[in-house]
Design a binder for this molecule. Structure first.
Ligand code: BTN
Length: 252
């Protein structure tokens, strides 16, 4: 699987395809350190054997069925306190592409690609290398379930499981890359509030009462995210509560 990606200015012009690797994020980091790759490069594999997910979880993906790749950005224009802006543009871009083909796609905070009824279709792991001036490199790892049969799984799904059809992974990748580039350029131009608005429009359970667990089970309503990307949930008595990663669980 190797073809030149079209329709972009810089993203995906340099592609490192590996038939197998541990984690594309780890390979991207090694290649940044050895100065083999720079902004716009992509590391992609057909078989990721030790894929990493958020919060130290593993990311499992059947070989040759899905998309597992990492792209490298150099968002020097972002302050370290603005790291969540990257989560916003990446999850927005991927969810928009998915929504062109599938109904019911949402962003589950912070950046899961999520089908309202069938569960998780993909995840994003963003790892930033920061220095005193800001974010020097950002490794954006994306895993998407495309042709893997996940119909038996209760909380995960794939393009195939939702549609009963096989999909061209490379075509989906091309669309994602050009959408990410578009939003990255928008972010660089300073259009943060519009991007944030688009992200919120796609946020799972926004403005809906639902059950959560922050140590105690409660009923709450997602009101949005703050500048650092914390999730804001209103409780029934009216208080606004701010949650970081791992601090609140969605109950279904
Ligand atoms: C999550 O939802 O927990 C994030 C999953 C991220 C998985 C991708 S697959 C490509 C890249 N390489 C990794 O090791 N992880 C990310």
């Amino acid at each position: 699987m190797y073809k030149i990606l079209a329709n972009t200015l810089f993203l995906g012009k340099d592609i490192h395809f590996l038939t197998e690797c541990h984690s594309t994020n780890d390979v991207a980091l090694e290649k940044i350190r050895s100065k083999e790759i720079t902004e716009g490069s992509i590391v992609i594999t057909d078989s990721q054997i030790r894929g990493r997910g958020q919060r130290g979880n593993r990311w499992w993906s059947e070989p040759r069925k899905n998309l597992t790749f990492s792209l490298v950005l150099q968002p020097y224009f972002l302050d370290t306190s603005e790291q969540f802006e990257l989560n916003i543009i990446i999850s927005l871009a991927v969810s928009e592409v998915l929504s062109d083909y599938l109904h019911g796609i949402k962003i589950k905070w912070p950046n899961d690609l999520f089908h309202e009824e069938k569960g998780k279709l993909g995840g994003i792991l963003i790892e930033n290398l920061v220095n005193q001036r800001g974010i020097e490199f950002s490794i954006i790892g994306i895993g998407l379930n495309i042709n893997q049969d996940m119909r038996e799984l209760p909380k995960a799904s794939s393009f195939f499981s939702l549609t009963g059809m096989e999909w061209d992974r490379w075509e989906i990748l091309k669309l994602i890359i050009s959408k990410i580039e578009k939003y990255y350029i928008k972010l660089k131009n300073g259009d943060k509030s519009e991007l944030r608005k688009f992200y919120l429009e796609r946020l799972y359970k926004l403005e809906q009462w639902s059950s959560y667990d922050d140590g105690e089970v409660f009923i709450g309503k997602i009101k949005g995210i703050n500048k650092e990307g914390k999730l804001i949930i209103e409780k029934t008595e009216g208080s606004l509560n701010y949650y970081g990663h791992k601090e609140v669980k969605y109950l279904f």
